[in-house]
Design a protein around this ligand. Structure first.
Ligand SMILES: NC(=O)c1ccc[n+]([C@@H]2O[C@H](COP(=O)([O-])OP(=O)(O)OC[C@H]3O[C@@H](n4cnc5c(N)ncnc54)[C@H](OP(=O)(O)O)[C@@H]3O)[C@@H](O)[C@H]2O)c1
Length: 234
């Protein structure tokens, strides 16, 4: 039987690169986003290219009731998830003192509560099997307070906090937890930025780093990965 990876926000950017990487390694995939057409396209493309099952669900991960519904849908496919990657995220640039009212709530809902509720929904299967690997896609904005990072930084600091706590909690259950901190990576999040593509990291490099961390023996966990463009932060 193939292993199963749940990767949120899989239709674009880093999420799509992660799906291609794990599908290439013969994982079946479960993913979600808010756009049904994109999900259909992704599912057809990945299943025909890699010969794996790709289950897609239209879910708004910023809504708790939809995340809990997604947990139920996943349980109908399999009781055990081998890899969970909390990737779906939203970046609205701004400064704490200037950004629009609601920016904090929107990014905490999408970047933090999404991962919190999904992880809580799936982790019991991992604990009872004493196996599994959770990756939380944080950011260099999880530990560097960027000007114009505003509430995005707040949400990503919190995401790293959750990831570190989870790592401690899961030690005794043999579930590995890894926090990924990428710097600027060329994806839809950066559309419209007046910076050449070569200045950014590739999504595929983030996916390779995640997969490499997954391949460690059971005796080792890579707790944190920090990645930046060769020329540094933008
Ligand atoms: N790109 C960077 O420079 C960078 C750097 C550090 C960390 N990160 C983090 O990496 C992750 C992926 O970023 P990215 O740049 O690859 O983003 P992206 O290209 O904008 O793609 C985001 C993916 O998540 C989905 N998504 C967004 N909001 C969602 C929601 N509420 N519910 C369900 N799905 C949702 C999107 O699909 P729909 O919009 O159709 O729902 C899409 O599939 C994020 O957590 C981001 O913070 C990115």
């Amino acid at each position: 039987m193939k292993k199963l990876a749940v990767i949120t926000g899989g239709t674009k950017g880093i999420g799509k690169a992660l799906i291609e990487k794990f599908a290439d390694q013969q994982f079946d995939i479960i993913t979600c986003s808010r756009n049904e057409e994109d999900l259909k396209e992704l599912s057809n493309e990945v299943s025909s290219k890699f010969g794996v099952s790709v289950h897609t669900f239209k879910v708004d991960m910023s809504k708790k009731n939809q995340v809990l519904g997604f947990v139920d849908d996943i349980a109908k496919i399999s009781a055990h998830v081998d890899v969970l990657i909390n990737n779906a995220g939203l970046f609205i640039p701004g400064a704490v003192h200037e950004e629009e009212d609601g920016a904090l709530e929107q990014m905490i809902d999408t970047n933090l509560y999404s991962a919190y509720h999904l992880t809580r929904g799936l982790i019991h299967g991992m604990k009872s099997e004493k196996s599994g690997h959770i990756f939380n896609i944080c950011s260099t904005a999880s530990f560097v307070p960027y000007v114009n990072g505003g509430s995005y930084c707040i949400s990503k600091f919190a995401m790293l906090g959750m990831s570190k706590v989870l790592r401690e909690e899961m030690k005794e259950h043999n579930v590995r937890v890894t926090s990924i901190m990428p710097g600027a990576t060329f994806t839809a999040s950066w559309e419209g930025a007046d910076v050449p593509e070569e200045r950014f990291m590739k999504s595929e490099d983030v996916a390779d780093a995640v997969f490499n961390a997954y391949t460690m023996s059971d005796r080792t966990v890579i707790e944190e990965i920090v990645m930046r463009p060769q020329l540094g932060d933008l």
